[in-house]
Structure formats: structure tokens, C-alpha cells
Design a binder for this molecule. Sequence first.
Ligand code: NDP
Length: 448
Amino acid sequence: MSIQNEYLNGLMERVMKRDPGESEYHQAVREVLSSLAPVVNARPELIREGVMDCLVEPERTIKFRVPWEDDEGNIHVNRGYRIQFNSAIGPYKGGLRFHPSVNESIIKFLGFEQTFKNSLTGLPIGGGKGGSDFDPHGKSDAEVMRFCQSFMNELFKYIGPDTDVPAGDIGVGAREIGYLFGQYKRLRNEFTGVLTGKGLTYGGSLARKEATGYGLCYFTDNMLKNAGKGFEGATVVISGSGNVATYACEKATQLGGKVVAMSDSNGYIYDKDGINLELVKQIKEVERARIKVYVDRKPGAEYHEGCVNIWNVPCGIALPCATQNELPLEGAKALIRNSCFAVAEGANMPSTPEAMDAFQESGVLFAPAKASNAGGVAVSALEMSQNSMRFSWTFQEVDDRLKTIMADLYRNASAAAAQFGLAGNLVAGANIAGFLKVADSMLAYGLV
Ligand code: NDP
């Protein structure tokens, strides 16, 4: 993945020198800059006016301590983040991640990616991301509640329905959003759409829970149809078993695919008869247990330790839906060897740069996360609209809008790639289409 422009190369070097330890952030910036050379070659004012330099520096980084008490009365201190990356086209928007691996580099890469993704949806939302190194696994509901309340005691100062609207991500689902929203409401004495992914009884949108996974399959379906293929009759492998993976599995099955493998961070299950999703939901959503429990209840299914080996399972379509860099070159080679014809990213940056190159060089249809997982944030923006109107759309209305947004997104990414001489390259197309709207808005405001 090389950057074919001298200025952008220098910029990449400056980014690495300024924050040397931030490998995930460097990876995300390199991936975008490597697509933008033809754009800045055609439009040198983007460099002259400072847009490119501003683009790689967050508008604001907020970092805070989060003290909380466990059920035994012990005090713990975690670290919280909110990175308000770019508000050129709307209020900052992006999820909160609670996972022990969270650090500034990861939140920065996610906020940077989010800026382009949100732009691609065609909706007026800027880019941001946040989270904490807190691990909700194994904590009681009361402990999670106390943590979320403490997190919001600081975060509420910086967010608002017209300023910054967080949502869920890894480790932040309906339970956490409820505690966070409840605390914001107490502190502000306001009932506003300050978070998305809310429960349906207090301002949430129908189809938000399903949106990222469904949107991923709608995008993939557009990409497949354009190549004369489809989900119908295809074997599908999906990594993860959280929110994105679950609803990707549901929609892929509805579209005629057969999902045979899913995973969590310990290992993967293989079910040659097709995954029983109701059982997965019971294990992961209701019991919050490990995926390996599946094989105790489903005769004939297999469990394998080590989540990364899931890519050895033969399939036509692979949907990585767990976390960043979960699909390395070895996994890509195994998929290609087994005649996989399409890879669509549900997680953020799940394929390593080497894996992405391998897919593109071997002619595998490849949908990059920025485009293919944008359905979640798109429906979050629809939740914001419904909150502003104090009105709710039906499931069908939201789902129809989601389908239209994902089809437009596919068309726009394809068109942008073709316009800059890179037809068929959705990685470049998504980066370029997402970038142009943000860059033109930044130019319009002048340098500040
Ligand atoms: P969840 O917390 O609901 O699920 C995450 C899943 O990934 C779990 O099965 C988890 O397993 C697994 N996982 C986490 N870390 C690792 C790891 N290091 N290796 C292997 N598996 C791992 O998160 P989401 O489904 O919400 O998010 C998944 C991905 O999708 C993330 O990259 C997120 O940024 C992205 N995304 C999410 C959106 C949303 O609307 N939720 C929107 C757009 C992107 P375990 O239980 O063992 O931890």
C-alpha cells in the first residue's frame, strides 16, 4: 500500500513522527492517503489550503479518569476517551468502545475512519469516537452501571445533540447505553437525542440494533449483483458473535446464504448444517456466555480454539465482524485458496493491509469497512432525525431507508473510483467519495 504523492508521503512521515506509538492510527491514515494521490494531484489547493494537514489531526482529544467501585467495595480507576475528530459536515458522531485493548491510537483510528464513513452515508454527521479500557466481561450489572455513570459524569460536559452524539461499539450495547443515557438525563435535566442505540421505550429507533449487520449484507448484495453473483446458495463465514455478526448472520441467511461458522475472541464454531442463530442469540445476548457452549446444545457442531483459524473454513463469502486486524495475510491466503469470491468488512479495519492487497490482487470482490459497515451509523443518524421530530418510523420505513442508503453508497464509491481511473477498487472509491465532501466543507470554512 504505497502513497503516490510526495507531499502526502511527507505528511505520513510527520504523522508517524508526531505520535510514534500509534500503529493502528498510522495504518488507517496510510490506507486513506494511499487512495488520495489522484485527488490531490487534480486539486492542489487541498494541500495549499492546509486541508490535508488538518484532516489527520483530531479537532479535540478528551482524556479522563473513570473511578468506580466494584461489588466488594474496591475502587478501580480506568481511562476514558472521546476524540472529536472532524465536525466539517455535522456534529461529531461515533461509538464508544469498552474493551481492555482501548488506547488513544485505537480511538484515533476509529474516529478518523468514522469521518469518511459518516460522510459516505450522505447524512450530516461528523466523525468522533470514544471509549475506555474497562472490560465489561464478567462484571455484574451493578458494576457496569456504576462504571457507566462515572464515565458519563465527565463525558456529559463535552457532548450534546447538536455537538457530539455517541453510540455503542464493542462492549457497549443496549444495557450500557441505558445507563449512560440515564446519567446524562440526570445531570442535564434534559431529554434529548444525545446518544443513539437507545432502547425503544426511550427514544431508540426500530432497526438500529440490526442496522450494521443488515447494512453490511445490503452493501454486499449490491456488490455481488454487479458481478453477476449473490448470497443465494453461497456458504458464508462470519467472525464475531456480537451485534454486527449476529445481524449479518440473520440477513445473510434471509438472502439465501448458509452461514456455517461464527466466533468469539476464544475460538470459533463450525456447523455444517448452518448456524442456528436463535441459539447464538440465547448464548451471547441473553446468557452473555462463550460461543463454545453452542456445541453442547447443537449435535454435530464443532468448536475450535483460536478465533483466527476461522478463515480456514471454506466459504464463498467472508464477513469479518469482530475487531481490527483480525484477518491477517495467512487468513486471506486460506480464503483465496478455498475459492472465496467476496469479502465484506463488518468490523472496522478487520483486514491487515497485506490481506487487503492479497484480496485485491487475486480478484476477490472486496468491500471496505468504511462503506460496508456504514449502515449502523446511518440508522443512528435516522434515530437523531426521529428524536428531533419527536416521531418514530416503523421498522419497515427505517429498513427501506437503510437499503436505499447502502445502494447509494455502493454506487457513489464505485463512481468515485471510476472517476479517478480506479474502476472496481471500492477501497479507493470509498476513501475518495468520503473525503471529497469533508474536504470541500473544510475549504469553504477557511482556515481556523
Ligand atoms: P460486540 O461487542 O457486540 O461484539 C464483538 C465481537 O467480536 C464479540 O464476539 C467479541 O468476542 C469479538 N471480539 C472482540 N475482540 C476480539 C478479538 N481481539 N479477537 C477476536 N474476536 C474479538 O461489538 P460489535 O458487534 O458492536 O462490533 C464489532 C465490530 O464492528 C467492531 O470493529 C466495531 O467497531 C464495528 N462496528 C460496530 C458497529 C455497531 O453498530 N455496533 C457499527 C460499525 C462498526 P468476545 O465476546 O470474546 O469479546
